[in-house]
Ligand binder design. Structure first.
Ligand SMILES: *Cc1c(COP(=O)(O)O)cnc(C)c1O
Length: 366
C-alpha cells in the first residue's frame, strides 16, 4: 500500500456505506438470506476490509471466484461463514487441497466436477453447490444433466442449487422470465436444497426472484443495479486527486498526445496525476468530436480534454476559476458516479471498479 504523502490520488472506501448497502438488500429480500460476492478482491475495493465489514454487518455467506480467494477470505471471516467458490473444480493434482484445508464449498459446474467431487472423499464433510446453466451458456450443468442428479444431493453433500441471470439489469428482457421458469422446474427436483438465482440486478426484478439466497456484488459497492433509474445504493468509493499544475492556452491550441482537442475559447487547464495506468480508461479522452470524462472541482463539473495519458489527465477548468495546484478534483464519488463514468467510457461500472489503480493512497472509513 502507498503512503498518503507520496501518492497523488486518494481512494477512500466508506465501509459504513458498504454495510448499509448490504443491510438494505438483506432487508429487501428477508426472510431470504443475503450473501455477498467478494470475488476479484471485492471488485477492486479490497476483499479483506470489505469482508470484515460485511461479516460485522451480519453477512455469513460469501462467494469468490477462485480457491485462492477463498483461502484468503477464510482467514478474515473465521470458521462461522460459508464460502462458495464459483468457478468450479479444475481437474489436476492438488486442485482440491484448498477446499479441504480452508473448508471451501465448491460450486460444481459440470459432470466432471460432480464426479471429481464425489470421488474426492470431501463430499461428506464439506457442502457443495450445484450450478445449473439456464441460459448463459458459460458455466454450469445443462438442465437435463442436472435433473439426472435429482435424489443424489445427499451423496454429493449438496446444500445449494443455483443459476445466474443473463440480463437481469434489463428487466424487460424476456430471458429473465424464461430463466426464472427454468430454474423453478429445477428447484422442484431438488426439494431439500436451498436455491439461489439473483445477483444485484436480480434483486430489483419485478418477479422478485429472491428464493432462499441472493448473491449481490456490484450493488454492495455502490453500483446501480437499476440502470436508467436512480441508484438506490449509497456511494462507497471516492477517488480524488490534486491538481499538479494549471496553465492558460489560446484559441486553436491543442492539448495532449496527437492534438485531439482544440481550445475554442481562451482556456484554463488543470493537470491531475491520474491516467490510464491508474485505471482511468483512455476512452474517456475528450476530443473535438466528442465529450469525454468529467471531474467535479470546486463544485463545477469540468471535462477531460485531449487524450488520457499513462499518469496524467488534463481538465478544462475555465469555469472553475478558483482552481490552483493542490485543489482536489473528484474523479469518482457521489457526484461523478461509477455508472456514468463507465457509460462515457463505453464500458460497465464493474470494469471501472476492478481496474482501480494500485497507486492510490487507499483509506477505509468507518
Ligand atoms: C459475479 C457474480 C454474481 C454477482 O453479480 P453482481 O451483478 O455483481 O451482483 C452473482 N453470481 C455469480 C454466479 C457471479 O459470477
Amino acid at each position: 500500500m502507498i503512503a498518503a504523502t507520496e501518492a497523488q490520488a486518494e481512494l477512500t472506501i466508506d465501509l459504513a456505506a458498504l454495510s448499509d448497502n448490504w443491510r438494505s438488500l438483506a432487508a429487501r429480500i428477508a426472510p431470504a438470506t443475503c450473501a455477498a460476492v467478494v470475488k476479484a478482491d471485492a471488485y477492486g475495493l479490497g476483499a479483506d476490509e470489505v469482508a470484515r465489514a460485511l461479516f460485522e454487518a451480519g453477512c455469513r455467506v460469501f462467494f469468490v471466484a477462485q480457491p485462492s480467494e477463498g483461502a484468503r477470505l477464510r482467514a478474515v471471516v473465521g470458521a462461522d461463514a460459508a464460502i462458495y467458490v464459483l468457478n468450479g473444480l479444475i481437474a489436476g493434482e492438488g486442485r482440491l487441497d484448498p477446499y479441504g484445508a480452508h473448508h471451501l464449498r465448491p460450486v460444481l459446474c459440470s459432470m466432471d466436477d460432480v464426479r471429481l467431487w464425489s470421488a474426492s472423499g470431501l463430499a461428506g464433510s464439506i457442502a457443495a453447490a450445484l450450478h445449473v446453466d439456464t441460459g448463459m451458456n458459460r458455466l454450469g450443468l445443462p438442465p437435463a444433466e442436472a435433473l439426472g442428479l435429482a435424489g443424489q444431493d445427499a451423496v454429493l453433500g449438496l446444500d445449494l442449487v443455483m443459476s445466474h441471470f443473463v440480463s437481469s439489469e434489463a428487466p424487460l428482457d424476456p430471458l429473465n422470465a424464461q430463466q426464472i421458469a427454468r430454474f423453478a422446474a429445477l428447484r422442484a427436483a431438488f426439494p431439500g436444497l436451498r436455491a439461489s438465482l439473483a445477483n444485484s440486478s436480480g434483486l430489483f426484478l419485478p418477479q422478485r426472484p429472491f428464493l432462499d439466497l441472493a448473491r449481490p456484488g456490484y450493488a454492495l459497492y455502490g453500483g446501480n443495479p437499476t440502470p436508467g433509474a436512480p441508484n438506490p445504493m449509497r456511494a462507497v468509493l471516492s477517488l480524488r486527486a490534486p491538481v499538479i499544475q494549471t496553465r492558460e492556452i489560446g484559441v486553436g491550441e491543442s492539448v495532449g498526445y496527437n492534438g485531439q482537442w482544440h481550445a475554442r475559447r481562451p482556456t484554463r487547464l488543470a493537470t491531475i496525476g491520474v491516467g490510464y495506468a491508474d485505471g482511468m480508461p483512455r476512452s474517456l479522452m475528450g476530443t473535438d468530436a466528442r465529450m469525454g470524462g468529467e471531474v467535479l472541482i470546486e463544485g463545477v463539473r469540468c471535462p477531460f480534454v485531449g487524450r488520457v495519458s499513462m499518469d496524467l489527465t488534463v481538465i478544462d477548468v475555465t469555469d472553475a476559476p478558483g482552481v490552483r495546484p493542490g485543489t482536489m478534483a473528484e474523479l469518482l464519488g457521489s457526484t461523478i458516479m461509477v455508472d456514468d463514468v463507465a457509460a462515457r467510457a463505453g464500458t460497465i461500472g464493474y470494469e471501472i471498479l476492478t481496474n482501480l489503480g494500485r497507486r492510490y493512497a487507499r483509506s477505509y472509513r468507518n
